[in-house]
Ligand binder design. Structure first.
Ligand code: C5P
Length: 406
């Protein structure tokens, strides 16, 4: 039996060249057991025909808001209700704008406005349209409204440009539909598990009033804690100084320095999964005295540094009480993947989440992240640029798959 057995998906096909892949998506969804009903925008019909969609779906496709037969028979309100999820693929810039703005000039957008079902969009458009501030604004609005997003992927586009904009592959979209339905059914894949996560920067005291720090905001680590709690885990979040609110349902242990973080992590064990997302200072001032350093005629004091404990490596290399799944992060500004591969071996962890934090990416402190997942076996997976919350949800879903059974 397919993972979507008994589920009904309303597939809204938008007007883009990727619409041909939506025909394949119908097949994939049906293979997994879902019943699929299609709505095509006017633009979509320039690329694929309602007949093709209907043939693959095994039921008639809908195109018009004011279709006399339709309004008597099924109508837009029933289309908006008689399903378990709505999938928009391809979600064009125009469809995203209409949904974000609440405009409903045609059947597809009316259904999207009328529905209370979970919605998943698979954006597909020219890279410049995707990166345009208006589209990114609409994306943020939609995510804020609880719309799930899959893709777009990076790759060559129809216009021979390269960049983010390619629609996610049908299998990826079908996976995202499964995850969306699992979430909306309140499934708790990490129920009964303890997940430990470190987050934020550390502050390394120079004297009682001064410290060394870094620019980590803690957004990604905190989002992972929140997503793990939503997935049913008992979560301990060991956090350096951040300005973020505590995620709901999470035990937060606040520390300042790397050594305090290590002690708090050790005290929180045992855990089934440990995720080290904190930006731990590599060094601390060697000679921390209890008194404030005074300005004097001898000039500035020397700042001698000494190495901090590597928390990730310490925990990953434990022979006793090592969490079965240990995840590290690698924030790099060059050769992201090569450095991450070296790091996985050096630290002894099972998985590395690598991201490019060079200034131009805006990852540090920003709300979005582009990550690569690198496994101990050398496997590499590159995710599209996503909201940090979405990176967290996907990562947690993956950890739930990877964590060994208790
Ligand atoms: O070596 P690097 O700092 O790049 O490694 C990053 C990974 O190691 C992150 O997962 C970070 O949380 C962890 N780390 C740590 N303790 C340190 C330094 C890094 O846990 N002292």
């Amino acid at each position: 039996m397919g993972a979507l057995a008994g589920k009904r998906v309303l597939l809204v096909i938008g007007g883009g060249i990727a619409a041909y892949k939506s025909l394949d998506l119908i097949r994939r969804l049906r293979e997994r057991g879902a019943a699929v009903r299609c709505v095509l925008t006017k633009g979509a019909q320039e690329f694929v025909t309602p007949l093709a969609a209907a043939s693959l779906a095994g039921q008639r496709a809908h195109t018009d808001l004011f279709d006399r037969a339709d309004e008597a028979d099924i109508g837009h309100i029933r289309l908006a209700r008689d399903a378990d999820a709505v999938v928009v693929a391809p979600a064009t810039a125009n469809l995203m704008a209409r949904l974000a703005g609440g405009h409903a000039p045609d059947l597809a957008s009316t259904v999207l406005l009328a529905t209370t079902l979970p919605i998943l969009i698979a954006p597909a458009m020219n890279v410049r349209m995707w990166l345009h501030p208006a589209t990114q604004r609409n994306l943020a609005v939609l995510q804020g409204d609880g719309v799930a997003v899959v893709g777009p992927n990076v790759g060559r586009m129809a216009e021979a440009e390269t960049g983010p904009g390619r629609m996610a592959e049908p299998e990826e979209i079908a996976d995202a539909v499964e995850a969306l339905l699992a979430r909306s059914n309140g499934e708790k894949p990490l129920a009964g598990r303890h997940l430990l996560v470190t987050s934020g920067p550390t502050h390394e005291p120079i004297d009682p009033v001064r410290y060394l720090a870094n620019r980590s905001s803690g957004k990604q680590g905190h989002a992972i804690a929140a997503a793990a709690a939503a997935a049913g885990a008992r979560v301990t979040l060991v956090s350096g100084p951040v300005t973020l609110a505590d995620p709901p349902g999470v035990t937060v242990v606040r520390i300042e320095s790397a050594r305090e973080m290590l002690a708090a992590v050790e005290a929180a064990l045992p855990a089934d999964i440990a995720v080290f997302a904190a930006a731990v200072a590599d060094w601390r001032p060697a000679a921390f005295g209890g008194e404030k350093i005074k300005k004097g005629p001898e000039g500035p004091p020397p700042l001698t540094l000494t190495e901090n404990p590597d928390i990730l490596a310490t925990i990953a290399r434990r022979t006793e009480g090592r969490p079965p799944l240990v995840v590290g992060f690698a924030a790099e500004t060059t050769d992201v993947i090569a450095h991450a591969r070296a790091k996985i071996a050096r630290k002894g962890c099972d998985l590395i989440v690598a991201n490019d934090v060079s200034a131009a990416t805006g990852v540090m402190g920003g709300d979005r992240n582009s990550v690569h997942l690198i496994g101990r076996d050398g496997s590499l997976e590159t995710w599209p640029t996503l909201a940090k919350d979405e990176v967290a949800r996907r990562l947690v879903a993956r950890l739930a798959e990877l964590v060994p059974s208790p």
